[in-house]
Each structure stands twice: as structure tokens, then as C-alpha cells.
Design a protein around this ligand. Structure first.
Ligand code: NAD
Ligand code: MG
Length: 405
């Protein structure tokens, strides 16, 4: 039986992979794992938002059939760069190009690694097209959890989370049977670079992006520093695994060795551990249900000084509490939370908003609008746009008069 499965799998190899957001941190880790298994995977499509030279360099290395640049104004530049490199890679751009990469017939696997709500449409398209969907783009789940899960169901897709916490929970729940036997999910958080800080008035983008354990894109790095990342992950876990807020706990674990845990009714707690390296969850999801080599370092228990756990401080890190509030309020509040956070983080990174005002902008936006629950992706995008406008107004108040909400 094992042999028959092996033969069947061998006939389909190598599996085609599309990477949405290939020039990012998750994109790089995914390409690293794929390059370790040339017989098993081949790169079919790569996408990037605006970095033409970086995308072209990845094409030289990985030889996809399709290269997509999100900004349509840069497609000609991309075409020239690929031609100059002697490649016959086809180009596309804008949302039609991203959707083509997400739905490509030659890709059985789609890695959703665009940052922000910008990844929503291609992620849903990959689900509808029945792909094995390796999901890093947590903002898509936060904004449209129900619609995404419905697309996965109707498209016959397989969703495997790449976020290390959700990947850990997926591993811990394997073979768990029903939800009845689960007491709670325990998400671990590193606490970010400001875990022990009390005064955030002088925080710079460089300090916020200097994460102690993980190397990541700038937006998620700031989210880790405010603990909004953990808040988004609680909402993500609620959708992906079907648990209410009351059954999802967060503990701060500064060493980032335990990636998350599940506590069962019999008192057993299963944890997934490893060095902090996104290639581990990526390899798990690429190989599932087999285990494949990721290139990550071994966890050396003899050199671990301690594994510690503490409660998150919601007073110093109000963004986590705002995410709890949004999850309890309903799906449209999560869209508002996410949109306001994206706009506020962008303003902070552009030095237009102080770090400590990120939570205030989100809170003001949540107070200002409460749209109805969305029935369609279009309605999600409408609420997202409305919340962005409202958050923009809150930021303008900050920058013109320094009004503190
Ligand atoms: P990143 O900023 O390094 O990369 C983002 C990618 O998305 C880039 O390729 C960029 O070109 C593309 N992109 C950005 N805006 C776009 C747009 N408007 N249209 C099309 N493409 C666009 O980010 P990252 O750290 O790789 O994170 C990607 C996603 O994975 C995020 O949702 C993040 O929360 C999630 N995630 C990341 C990590 C990590 O360790 N980096 C861990 C867990 C989850
Ligand atoms: Mg995570």
C-alpha cells in the first residue's frame, strides 16, 4: 500500500508551485526549501509587487513559466529584464496577472505570501481553483475567514497554514478526531523587541523591525512589536480551527522554541518545537503528509538555558486587546481592525505616526464604523476601503495637531 502510494506520487512529480509574494521573506524561505528538492517540486510562477530586478533575479535562478509584477506600469521593464537575461519566461501584471498565477493549471501548490489584504483576491482564487494552498497571508483570513473557507470547500482545495503557530497547531491536532476532545489552543508569542519596554515614545521603525528571533517583512515585524500580529493570529486560529475566543489563549514565550500548543480534555498538552525558522512550517506544508528536509538547524536541547512563559500585558500592548474585541464583535470588525492597522503601520514606517499612536488609530476607527457582516468578497473590499479612509482621517489628525485619541 505504501509502495502504491509512492508510485502514484512519483508519477505526479515534480509538483508545480506558484509563489505569490516571491520577493518577500516567506517567498525566499519557500524557494530555499524547493531548491533542496528539485525532483519533487518545480517553480511554475513567481509574483512581486514592484521589485523588478529582484523578481528577474529569482526567475534566472528558478526558471518559472510565468513572472507577474503587481504594478502594471512595470511590466515592460520586467519583460526587458527577462529578455536581457536570455529567458523566455512569460510576463503578466496587475490583478489579472496575480489571479493567473494563483489559478495556473500547471501549479498544484500555491503559496499565498503577499502581505496584507492585497493578497485576498488571489488567495481566494487559488482556493476556488482547488489548489494545495500554503497560507502565509494571515490578513486574508482575518478579513474574509468564512468566504475563504467556503472557497476551499467548494473548490476542493487543501489549506495548510504556514504561520508557525497555526502550523504547530495543525501538527498537534493531527489525529485528534473531533473538537470535543480539545480544551484550548495555546498560541505562543515571542513578545517582540519591546517586551520589556515601558516607554514607547521614541520608538523608530528600525527598532520596531529588529525582531529578536525572526527575520521577516517590515509590516509583520511592526505587528510583532505591537502584538497585533498575535491578535491577527488569534482571529486566524479561530477561523482555521473553528474555536471561539474563549478557547484560544496567548502566552508570551521569548525563546520562540515552542511554536504553539494544544491542550486536550484528558489533560495532555502537545507542543510543536523547533528552531525559529520558517522553512520548518513551509517544508511541513509542502511535503504533507510526508516529512521532507527543510535545511533548518537542529534544536539543541543541551544549549537551551530555559523555556519561559508569561502572560501578555494588554496595557502596554493594547493592540492585542483590540483584536480580541474585534473577534468578539463579528467579522466586519476584523476587516476594520486589519485595514486600520495596515494604514497605521504604513504611516509609522513612513515616520508620519508615532509607534504608540498605532493602537489609538485602530481604536478610533473601530469606534467610528460598524458595517454589516460581508456576504461577498466585494463587500469585504468595500468595508476595507471605508476603514482605510477613516483610519487615514485619524492619522491626518495626529500629524496636523498631534491630537491624541
Ligand atoms: P514581505 O514584505 O517580506 O513580502 C511581501 C511580498 O508581497 C513581496 O513579494 C511583495 O512584493 C508582495 N506584495 C506586497 N504588496 C503587494 C501588493 N499590493 N500586490 C502584490 N504583491 C504585493 O512579507 P513577509 O514577511 O514575507 O510576509 C508575507 C505574509 O506572510 C504576510 O501576510 C505575513 O503576515 C505572513 N507571515 C510571514 C512570516 C515571516 O516569517 N515572514 C511568518 C508568518 C506569516
Ligand atoms: Mg506567526
Amino acid at each position: 500500500m505504501v509502495e502504491a502510494r509512492g508510485r502514484a506520487a512519483a508519477q505526479q512529480l515534480p509538483r508545480g508551485v506558484s509563489i505569490l509574494g516571491a520577493t518577500g521573506s516567506i517567498g525566499a524561505s519557500t524557494l530555499d526549501v524547493i531548491a533542496r528538492h528539485p525532483g519533487q517540486f518545480r517553480v511554475v510562477a513567481l509574483t512581486a509587487h514592484a521589485k523588478v530586478a529582484e523578481l528577474a533575479a529569482l526567475c534566472v535562478q528558478h526558471r518559472p513559466q510565468l513572472a507577474v509584477i503587481g504594478d502594471p506600469g512595470r511590466e515592460a521593464q520586467l519583460r526587458t529584464a527577462l529578455r536581457d537575461a536570455g529567458l523566455s519566461t512569460r510576463t503578466a501584471s496587475g490583478m489579472p496577472g496575480l489571479l493567473e498565477a494563483a489559478q495556473s493549471e500547471n501549479a498544484g501548490v500555491v503559496v499565498a505570501a503577499i502581505v496584507g489584504a492585497a493578497g485576498l483576491l488571489p488567495t481566494i482564487a487559488a482556493a476556488r481553483a482547488g489548489k494545495r494552498l500554503l497560507l502565509a497571508n494571515k490578513e486574508a483570513v482575518v478579513c474574509a475567514g468564512a468566504l475563504l473557507l467556503e472557497a476551499v470547500r467548494s473548490g476542493g482545495a487543501t489549506l495548510l497554514p504556514l504561520d508557525s503557530e497555526h502550523n504547530a497547531i495543525h501538527q498537534c491536532l493531527a489525529g485528534a478526531g473531533t473538537h470535543e476532545g480539545v480544551r484550548r489552543l495555546i498560541l505562543t508569542a515571542s513578545g517582540g523587541p519591546f517586551r520589556q519596554w515601558h516607554d514607547f515614545s521614541t520608538v523608530t521603525p528600525e527598532q520596531a523591525c529588529a525582531h529578536p528571533n525572526w527575520r521577516m517583512g517590515r509590516k509583520i515585524s511592526v505587528d510583532s512589536a505591537t502584538l497585533m500580529n498575535k491578535g491577527l493570529e488569534v482571529i486566524e486560529a479561530s477561523w482555521l480551527f473553528g474555536f471561539a475566543r474563549a478557547q484560544i489563549d496567548v502566552v508570551v514565550h521569548p525563546q520562540s522554541v515552542v511554536h504553539s500548543m494544544v491542550e486536550f480534555g484528558d489533560g495532555s498538552v502537545l507542543a510543536q518545537m523547533g528552531t525559529p525558522d520558517m522553512r520548518t512550517p513551509i517544508a511541513y506544508a509542502l511535503g504533507f503528509p510526508e516529512r521532507i528536509e527543510s535545511g533548518s538547524d537542529r534544536l539543541d536541547f543541551l544549549r537551551l538555558s530555559a523555556l519561559t512563559f508569561e502572560a501578555p500585558d494588554l496595557e502596554r500592548f493594547p493592540c492585542l486587546g483590540l483584536a480580541y474585541r474585534a473577534l468578539e464583535t463579528g467579522p466586519s470588525a476584523s476587516i476594520v481592525l486589519n485595514a486600520a492597522n495596515e494604514v497605521a503601520v504604513e504611516a509609522f514606517l513612513a515616520r508620519r505616526l508615532p509607534f504608540a499612536a498605532i493602537a489609538a488609530v485602530i481604536s478610533q476607527t473601530l469606534d467610528a464604523i460598524s458595517p454589516a457582516a460581508p456576504d461577498s468578497v466585494d463587500e469585504v473590499l468595500e468595508t476595507d476601503a471605508l476603514a482605510r479612509r477613516r483610519a487615514g482621517q485619524a492619522i491626518a489628525q495626529w500629524t496636523t495637531s498631534g491630537v491624541r485619541g
